[in-house]
Design a protein around this ligand. Structure first.
Ligand SMILES: [Zn+2]
Length: 290
């Protein structure tokens, strides 16, 4: 089992078949998890258009230390339980010099684009050409604003992006992470449970997928509101280009599975500067690999 973006097609046109098989295995595992449904989910606060602020009355930070759920080599699955503090969903950036430097590098490359532009892939055969046609279709749907909303990054995504970037540079050794967001309100207190999966490789290992844990949480009354992951840096000539703010064909397939089995509310994808929010109901507008 690989991350939702396990089937993401990188700029080098990496083969996809093993990853697709892994993705299907993930869905099989989910199907057997005996998931109970939670209450209806939402995609969180509406998207804003303002550029994030670098500072605010309330700092962008995740309070407390995480619990290590399990690890596999250098990769870890960690969990935070915290109150749903408003700043997490506001356009406020963490005070993190390395993250600020990442953004500066993107800006100086002329790459701070809401609809990022990167070099086109070079398919090796007809199968890859067809796959890229489908990936391009998803990008067109996302960029047209027909199935989800692209907006500037907010605190929640930026804090975790910065945390991973501090360990493994998203500019020079990019890695994808998964952040699963669950909510539960009791006695008027809105609580969040966050699962963060990341490692030193481009994709974290399937052993650290949080979905069995989330199935147990959902059975206990939690709502699986957001599945976030990041799309890594690409190239435009000799300059960096932001990752694409649209779901890959594999992202679509896995997110649909999570929506069906765990009542996932929304899929979010960030590139460190912009984030797309896709409500589960809009996933059907995108295409999968077949
Ligand atoms: Zn992806």
């Amino acid at each position: 089992m690989r991350p939702p973006c396990s089937g993401d097609v990188g700029g080098d046109g990496r083969g996809a078949s093993p990853r697709r098989a892994a993705a299907l295995a993930a869905l099989t595992v989910l199907a057997g998890a005996g998931c109970a449904g939670g209450p209806g989910a939402t995609s969180g606060p509406g998207a804003g258009s303002a550029q994030p602020r670098a500072s605010a009355a309330q700092a962008c930070a995740i309070p407390g230390e995480p619990t290590l759920v399990r690890s596999d080599g250098a990769a870890t699955l960690e969990r935070w339980d915290l109150d749903a503090i408003p700043v997490l969903f506001e356009p406020v950036l963490p005070a993190d010099p390395a993250y600020a430097a990442f953004r500066a590098a993107i800006r100086e490359a002329g790459a701070e684009l809401e609809h990022p532009i990167a070099d086109a892939p070079e398919p090796r055969d007809d199968a890859e050409r067809e796959l890229w046609r489908r990936e391009d279709r998803n990008r067109e749907i996302a960029y047209a604003g027909r199935a989800g909303t692209i907006r500037p990054i907010r605190c929640l995504e930026a804090w975790f992006f910065a945390r991973q970037h501090a360990r493994f540079s998203e500019l020079t050794s990019p890695t994808e992470f998964l952040l699963s967001v669950l909510e539960h309100t009791a006695g008027g207190r809105r609580r969040l449970r966050l699962y963060f999966t990341a490692g030193d490789q481009l994709f974290p290992p399937k052993s650290l997928y949080p979905f069995p844990d989330i199935a147990a949480d959902v059975a206990q009354g939690w709502t699986f509101t957001v599945m976030l992951h990041n799309h890594t840096i690409r190239r435009r000539g000799d300059r960096p280009a932001l990752g694409v703010t649209s779901p890959s064909t594999s992202d679509v397939q896995i997110s649909r599975g999570l929506a069906a089995d765990l009542r996932l509310g929304a899929a979010w994808i960030t590139n460190g500067v912009y984030t797309i929010e896709i409500p589960a109901a809009a996933l059907d507008q995108y295409v999968t690999r077949e």
